[in-house]
Every structure is written in structure tokens, then in C-alpha cells.
Design a protein around this ligand. Sequence first.
Ligand code: AMP
Ligand code: GLY
Length: 434
Amino acid sequence: MKLPEKLNILLLGSGGREHAIAAAICRSPRLEKLYIAPGNAGTAELGENIDVDADNFGALKKIVLDKQIGMVVVGPELPLVHGIVDFFREDDMLAHLPIIGPSASGANLEGSKDFAKAFMMRNNIPTAAYATFTRDNIEEGYRFIETLSAPYVLKADGLAAGKGVVILDNEAEAKAELARMLGGKFGSAGSRVVIEEYLSGIECSVFVATDGRNYVILPEAKDYKRIGEGDTGLNTGGMGAVSPVPFADAEFMQKVEERIVAPTVAGLAAEQIDYRGFIFVGLMNVAGDPYVIEYNVRMGDPETEVVMPRIESDVIDLFEAMYMGKVDGYELRISEKSAVTVMCVSAGYPESYQKGFKIEGLESACAEGSVLFHAGTAQKGDDVVTAGGRVICATSMAPTMQEALAKSYETVGRLSYEGIYFRRDIGRDLEKYL
Ligand code: AMP
Ligand code: GLY
């Protein structure tokens, strides 16, 4: 079986990640028409936005049938964890439609930290030592904390909108936090809590495209999670990213492939988990050795905004290979250039913020070699207005990271809206590795 040469594609999601995936899809001559549900003001320039939530399976089915969609690409984790792939496969009218993303059992790698840790143990994948506790054995949890040394890492088992990891410096606080988490601080996501050993090192993210048996490793990236410069303040969805990551040299990446990527995909195959999607491996480089901090079952945001622009080969061919079990025959071509992105956010983010401010300067902002990816934006009459915490990012490519950064800072410097904020130190921690 082969897919038709030209396809209508439905892309699910509404962030900068989806705008970057949309741009990559649009570079393919195989695209007939792109639909995005629900999309944002940026994706509206590349295809047709449809105002349906990415988690509304029934409404998505109707769109697929009405618009003669030939392939669905899932951006965010929520529909995957909620079983959108299984929903499609089990529906008579949708069963043969290529959908890019793991089944719900595969999505458990992100949906349940306890599942992910147990999977890593079964498959001998390096990760922090851990134990999982519920309300029934909270006393054992306290005893386990006493066996660890500071800092203490506590993770709500389920999806908690990126807020479910708490790192504390002293034992009494860790015990109190365990009680709060098991007491419902994160709702049902915290009914089980993983407590794990603290890993000290520098983080990076590795992205894998797999058909469940074969894989290709996409460019790695590093994101900047904290709101403040010098990695201070609250955690955010991500304030910027760079790719490649200077410390992730060939030797390190070989360890990542041998110790993590190959056994992860082999484990999925051995456990007969239907996984035709992306694996995002969050890693800690501990003195040159990679350890898994977490799996995500989708691309990262804003990492995708630097990974996708570096992919020169056809992404529709890649999606087809993932769906058809032919990733081993896919020839990935990657730009040697450095890509960086700088995210502009709303004042107050990641806490409460206002929306609806007009974004000025969009038409003439881009320095040569830069593009804008919209994250939280909306069209309001003739204006594009802010519509989220993370608003818009400037991705640039250049022979060096510093040149790319200069372009992105030039571009974001030409944008304005009330309360615009971005970090000015993206990539700075990596200069020592260049
Ligand atoms: P996560 O939500 O799993 O990405 O975790 C959020 C952040 O917590 C990670 O990006 C790390 O910076 C940090 N983190 C998670 N687990 C550990 C660990 N075992 N040791 C050190 N830092 C960790
Ligand atoms: N930037 C981190 C994430 O997408 O989860």
C-alpha cells in the first residue's frame, strides 16, 4: 500500500510548535491543502484554521470526512493521552487514515511518570533511581525520602500542565509536599507520586521519529524553561531554544542512541505498543553520560521551532514512513546551520496575564534569515492580537549560533505589544562549549 502523492492534511494544535510543523508541511510538494484545528493567526497564513478543539474527537471525525483529509498529524499530548489514535483506528470510517502519533498505551510514556519509569527499568534505560507512592503507603514515602539526600524531586504521576514536578531543598519540605500532592494538589494527576534521585548536569532534548520498530534521530535541541535570565524564576513552557546543542557532540549522541533511543524503540516493539509518532527524550548530561529525565510523546515547544527549520528532507514523506513502518528507508537531511528561537511572552506569564493586545511590527519585523512562529495569537478584525502566555517567537538560522541569535534579537526588537517580554540570554550558557 502506498499513500496518494498529494494529500490534504489536518494538523491538530494551536501553538508555535504547530506553526513550525505547518511551515515544514507547506515546504512539501505533496501537500494539497493544509487544515489546522484550531490553529492560530500564524497558521491561518499557511492553511485553513478550523475552530475545533484538538481534543474533540467527534468533531474532528466530521472534519476528516468533510474535507477529505488524507493524513492527520497530532501536535499536543492531550489528545494522544486521551486516545485519539485508538479512536481513529477503531472507527470503521477512519481506520485506514494515517494518523501520526502513538496509541494511548504508547502515550502513557508521557501520561504516567510511573509507567515511564517502569518502562525504563524493564528496558535498562539509564534514569534516576525512583519509587512510586500513593495515599495508602505515604509513610513508606516519608521513609524513602529519608534515604535520599537533597535536593528532592517529586513528580505527580499524571499530566499536570507542566507543573507537576517539584524540587525541594530540605527533607521536611519534601515530606510536606508529598502529603500535599497525594492530598490532591494536582487533582487526580497526583494520586500517585514518583520520588526520584536528583540528577546534576545540563539538559538537552533529543527527538526521535519512529514507526515503532525503526527510528531516525532528528536534530537535538536545548530549551530555556525558566522565565528569568540566568535560569531563574518560575518554570514556563519554554522561553527559547537552540539546535544543534554544542555539548551534544558525536560521542554523546552515540551514547544517547545506544543507551536510550535504540532500547526505547526496541522496548516499544517488544511490548507490542503501537507507536507511530515522535518521542521526545528529555535528557540530563551527567558528566558526559545521558540519563532520561522524562519522555514526551510529541515534539517539544519551542524546540520544534528550531528542529523543523533544520529538516531539509520532505516531512510528508517522513510522516508516511512513520505510518507505513518504513522509517528505515527514509533519508533524513539536516541543515548544518544553527537555528535559534526567542519567545516573546505576555507580562505576568507564567502566572496570570492579560490577552487581546495588538501586536505591532509584524509585517516588517523579520531580519534576513528569520521567521516568526505564532504561539498565542489571534486575528481580530485587521489586527493580530495576543491570545496566550507565550505569544510569538523569532526563529533564525545562520552558520553560527551567535549570528542566528543576533538575527532573532533584531527581529523581536522590532515587535511590540503591551507588556512584551523575552529573555536576552538564550544560548549564553552554551558559549563555553563552542
Ligand atoms: P519535567 O516536567 O519532567 O520536564 O521536569 C521539569 C524539570 O525538572 C526538568 O526539566 C528538570 O529541569 C527538572 N528535573 C526533573 N527530574 C529531575 C531529576 N531527577 N533531577 C534533576 N532535575 C530534574
Ligand atoms: N519545551 C518543553 C516541552 O515541550 O515540553
